[in-house]
Design a protein around this ligand. Structure first.
Ligand code: GRF
Length: 186
């Protein structure tokens, strides 16, 4: 099965996913695509010989363009993708788009809640724990079917950065495995 990773940032999750599936007979990372030509995720892919693509906002919302770019893809993985997935992709890839969110949804999710902002909000709210949510993507931000969650403690001394590091460890540990499980169910 072929997966495409869509990402907008540094791509530490994408790097872990690519490394996890090297030589894997079931899953092949056949594309890493980004809406940002400067995104670190593209370098991570180039370093691993994984084909890359960059698309503008207009192209993201151009059905013919995107369906051609994603031809032969079985699963789309969002790994820090900062754009709304257009409806035609949600329809074409129904239950075949998976996202990871660095908090325990349904709390601390929704439009605009990403990256550092999430951890700031968790600390601000005095939460005793945070964690990750891996979920299928539907038309509402961060509201699709939850596939996996795991929590970590939030410490009194935590800063957004220290909490982000603790949460990101979970992301790297679990996202590849949940992707493998999901591919098997396709
Ligand atoms: C992670 O925090 C992930 O939970 C969120 O975006 C960030 C991606 O980080 N979806 P990276 O680009 O994989 O390092």
């Amino acid at each position: 099965k072929n997966i495409a990773i869509l990402a907008s940032g540094t791509g530490t999750n994408a790097a872990k996913i690519m490394d996890h599936f090297i030589g894997n007979p079931e899953v092949f990372v056949s594309l890493v695509a980004s809406n940002k030509e400067t995104a670190g995720v593209l370098d991570e892919a180039v370093e691993r010989g994984v084909p890359t693509a960059v698309f503008t906002n207009d192209q993201l919302n151009d059905e013919e363009f995107m369906l051609n770019m994603l031809r032969g893809i079985d699963l789309i993985v969002l790994a820090g993708f900062m754009r709304k997935v257009p409806t035609f992709l949600l329809e074409e890839f129904e239950d075949r788009i998976v996202n990871i969110h660095p908090a325990l949804l349904p709390k601390f999710g929704g439009k605009g809640m990403y990256g550092k902002k999430v951890h700031e909000a968790v600390i601000e709210a005095g939460e005793k724990e945070s964690g990750i949510t891996i979920h299928l993507v539907n038309e509402e931000y961060d509201e699709g079917k939850i596939l996996f969650q795991e929590s970590v403690p939030v410490k009194q001394t935590d800063t957004p950065e220290s909490l982000a590091m603790r949460v990101q460890k979970l992301e790297h540990e679990h996202f590849p495995k949940i992707i493998q499980k999901l591919v098997r169910s396709l």
